[in-house]
Every structure is written in C-alpha cells, then in structure tokens.
Design a protein around this ligand. Structure first.
Ligand code: SF4
Length: 328
C-alpha cells in the first residue's frame, strides 16, 4: 500500500462541518444565524490552510462567505437551475465535454478540496461522468478522431485532487495525439491547497510535449498568502503559463479596489487576470448575484484603476454560444 503524499493528508484533514468551521474562526451560530448547520447535499468542504487565512471573529469575512452553507441555499429561486450551462447537452462520451471548437474538457473527478457555494457544477452528475481509470479510452478515442481539437482541458471538480499517476498517464496518452498542442488545467488547488504543487506534479506537467497552461481560480487578494506565492513561483519557474479567473460575488469581491488589488497581487506572481465571470444562475447561489447596474459600475471603476492588461475580461457563459460572451 502506498503512503499518502503530504498534500493528500492535508486534503483528508479538510473541515466538513459548519460548527467546527465557525469555531475555528471564533464565531458561533448566534453570530451567523443564517448558517446551515444540518447536513447538506452539496457538503461543506474547506482545507484548514484556507481557514487560517480567514479573519477570526468576522462573520463577513470574504473567504468564509465563499464556503459557508446558508439556509437560503435551500430556497428554490425562479430563474436558477441545477444545470445552468446546459452541460448535459455537450457531453458526447462519459468524462468529456465539448462546448467550443478546438478544445475539449475532461471532467477528471468530481472531487474538490473546497466546495465553493456558488459553483455552477454543484449539481453536476459526476457519478455518470467518471469513466474510472480503465474507462478513459472512449474519451481518448474521441480526441483522436477530432483533429480540430488543439487543446485539452483537465477540469472537474478539481482535477488536481486526482493522484499524479493518473494525471501523468492521461497526459502521456494525450501527448501521443499529434494534433493536440496544449494541456490546460483548471484548478483552485494552487490557491486553496498550494502544497499540491510539488516536485511530482511539476515533473510531469512541465516535462510533457504539450504546452502547460494553468487557469487558477482566485476571488480575493486575501486568498494569496506566502504558501500560494511559493506555489505560483514554482509553476512559473517550471514554464507554465499562468492565468486566473474570478467569479464576481456579492459580499465577497463586489468592489473595484479589491479586484484591482487581486489583479496586482496575481501579476506580481506571474499570473495574468483572464476572466471575471458573472455568476452562473445555479440553484442555491442566488444570494451571490448582483444587478447589472452594479456590475457595470464596478467594472468601469476597475478599468480606470488598472492598465488594460491587468483588467480581466468580464464574461458570461451562455449555453450554446460559440465562446464566452463578453459583457463590456
Ligand atoms: S473548486 Fe471549482 S469545481 Fe470545485 S466547488 Fe469550487 S468552483 Fe466548483
């Protein structure tokens, strides 16, 4: 039996109980009467290192608000759906989604290190979409047969919760397909569990024929501590192209000064802001949504604060569209 790596131990030690989370940040249910303490279908999950970056005693902490289940998540809000991006229609074989020409996405795993309450895949049927170790042949065949696909995206869940042996093996088989040039990983782990960026990971990710691109998911500058800086610098030194996407969230980062500080902190660590996403209207996340008048005001102020190359594109995903839709 192989022993767990350090990051896998940390993953296992994540907090999945609302009362424990609140007590770790010196809060009680009285401070947050809107918190949902009973078991939830989309469970609470958060690494302890991420909790350490929350401000103790602050019920409005922007990191806490991203992971804390609320009673309002149980409301059925009109206009909010369990599959807001109609992904079930873009799923030709288990484990593979193709929404856009030239790139295909593999849902490597349904697991995440952190369960973000606004996640558009919080109701995604991962159990129908995890082909298992032996089952990736159908997805690989699809990639081989579609020579217009240039880029493969490892997604999930969070693909970096899977062991390196599985990821490296898949990457090797993809690298053997001549028309594929780029491997992109969409992940929140370098931010929420930066210990994941270790020698084993960097060896296969940067050692492949495929151009390594990583799209991080960071929403607030408070998420970036010394351990994250270290992970981003290691990725950069290994030759990865680093980009970041952010979801615009009411009460978390709906402020141009905060978003500007995030872009600057990322840039200082070799990461370019890529997308600022409007919330996908997923059931259970309505409390994060903002009216468009406020979105426009925040974005216009952000553009005035930063050079153009540090302003992420404000986008919305519209099911069936040929690309993300730029808003401003
Ligand atoms: S890490 Fe990504 S996939 Fe996982 S819950 Fe958060 S947003 Fe969703």
């Amino acid at each position: 039996m192989t022993s767990l790596q350090h990051w896998q131990e940390l993953l296992k030690q994540g907090v999945n109980n609302t009362k424990e989370l609140l007590s770790l940040v010196n809060l009680t249910e009285h401070d947050l009467p809107t918190a949902l303490t009973s078991p939830q279908p989309f469970k609470l999950r958060v690494p302890r290192g991420f909790i350490n970056r929350m401000q103790a005693g602050n019920p409005n902490d922007p990191l806490l608000l991203q992971v804390l289940p609320l009673l309002s998540e149980l409301d059925l809000t009109p206009g909010y759906d369990t599959d807001p991006l109609a992904e079930s229609t873009t799923n030709p074989v288990p484990g593979l989604l193709q929404k856009y020409k030239s790139r295909a996405l593999l849902t490597i795993t349904g697991a995440c290190a952190i369960n973000c309450r606004y996640c558009f895949r919080r109701h995604f049927p991962y159990s129908d979409n995890n082909p298992g170790t032996a089952g990736w042949q159908l997805a690989l065949d699809y990639l081989r047969q579609h020579n217009d696909i240039k880029e493969v995206i490892f997604s999930g869940g969070d693909p970096l919760t899977a062991p390196d042996t599985i990821l490296a093996n898949l990457a090797k088989q993809i690298a053997a397909i001549p028309h594929i040039t780029t491997l992109r990983i969409h992940t929140r782990l370098p931010i929420v569990l930066p210990e994941r960026i270790n020698d084993e990971f960097l060896a296969w990710f940067s050692g492949s024929r495929l151009k390594p691109v990583m799209v991080m998911h960071c929403n607030h500058p408070q998420e970036i501590d010394a351990s994250v800086v270290n992970a981003l610098n290691r990725l950069h030194k290994a030759g990865a192209i680093l980009l970041n996407q952010t979801v615009l969230l009411k009460g978390v980062n709906d402020n141009a000064t905060i978003l500007a500080a995030l872009s600057e902190a990322l840039f200082e660590n070799h990461t370019l802001p890529y997308y600022l996403h409007l919330l996908d209207k997923v059931q259970g996340a309505a409390h994060f949504d903002l009216p468009m008048t406020e979105v426009s005001a925040i974005y216009n102020e952000l553009m005035a604060l930063l050079p153009g190359y540090l302003v992420p594109k404000l986008v919305r995903e519209i099911p069936g569209a040929a690309s993300k839709t730029t808003i401003i």
